[in-house]
Design a protein around this ligand. Structure first.
Ligand SMILES: [Zn+2]
Length: 280
């Protein structure tokens, strides 16, 4: 299948069938972020509460200088969302760096990416097998380099946010391609930030044989592991730039039971007072 996708009619994270108190129609879910010019969109697929939980992810990764500007160059089109006019840079000798907000057009253009090994679960590991092969790669994309005595610090990479964003992309794509009943999802708690332990064994990078092309690439594959068939989604953002191909194991093929929805009951002060479990 390819976009445009049919409306889901149910929140792909919690199963809610209405957006919130103010309206019924669910929000659209951008599987691939706006700022990469993502055209994979699921209509009527997210409730307000889940939207709030997933909404900050793009901003925390793409709102910074490195990712954001790289995305604009990769897409070679004007983003629908206007970017910031300035980017923060920390410039100066070691231990004495000062923040400069410089015009975005004059900023050093670079791409910082995190590379992992392949997903452990596809190689006999478990959900929580930590990845010992994390490496940060920095690609300088224009000629703006520090002068003698200066250094330029790349934006912070938030590993948890990166993992949650990749989980969100993978889950949304699997729903689009297989339907909500086509697989048993693994990553909803991770996407909504409810996991205490991050399931690093479900995430990884794979060598990318494809020639870089387009704004981004996304695809789905099946992996027989023991008695299950696991569903993995590969996504490579920034198609024309040296960005890794991430592989996310999003679930198990088929669905034995209707999913159980966990809902938090929150009091007026915002404290969670109890949990409700409902089988759909
Ligand atoms: Zn929801």
């Amino acid at each position: 299948m390819s976009p445009p996708y049919q409306p889901v009619g149910q929140c792909i994270y919690c199963g809610a069938t209405r957006y919130g108190l103010e309206r019924k129609k669910l929000g659209e879910e951008h599987i691939v972020p706006y700022c990469v010019d993502g055209t994979h969109i699921l209509p009527e697929a997210s409730c307000k509460r889940c939207e709030v939980k997933t909404g900050g992810l793009e901003q925390s990764l793409f709102g910074n200088a490195g990712f954001y500007r790289a995305a604009r160059v990769a897409a070679r089109t004007k983003s629908r969302r206007k970017g910031p006019n300035t980017v923060p840079l920390w410039i100066g000798p070691d231990g004495n760096q000062a923040r400069y907000d410089i015009p975005a057009d004059e900023a050093p253009l670079s791409l910082t990416a995190v590379h992992f090994g392949p997903p452990a679960i596809l190689n006999g590991g478990g959900w929580y097998t930590p990845d010992k092969n994390v490496a940060i790669h920095h690609h300088q994309l224009n000629s703006h380099m520090p002068r003698p005595g200066e250094s330029i610090v790349t934006p912070n990479i938030q590993l948890d946010s990166l993992q949650r964003l990749m989980a969100k992309i993978g889950h949304g794509y699997a729903v689009a391609e297989l339907g909500l009943t086509g697989f048993t999802p693994f990553l909803i708690d991770c996407i909504l930030g409810r996991e205490e332990n991050h399931p690093w064994g479900l995430f990884g990078c794979v060598d990318d044989p494809a020639q870089p092309s387009g704004a981004y690439q996304i695809g789905l594959s099946e992996w027989p592991v023991n008695d299950d068939v696991l569903i993995a989604v590969d996504v490579r953002l920034f198609g024309t730039l040296p960005f890794p191909r991430y592989r996310v194991v999003v679930g198990r093929k088929g669905q034995d039971d209707k999913p159980i929805v966990r809902e938090e009951i929150v009091d007026r002060e915002g404290r969670i007072t109890s949990l409700a479990f409902t089988r759909l």
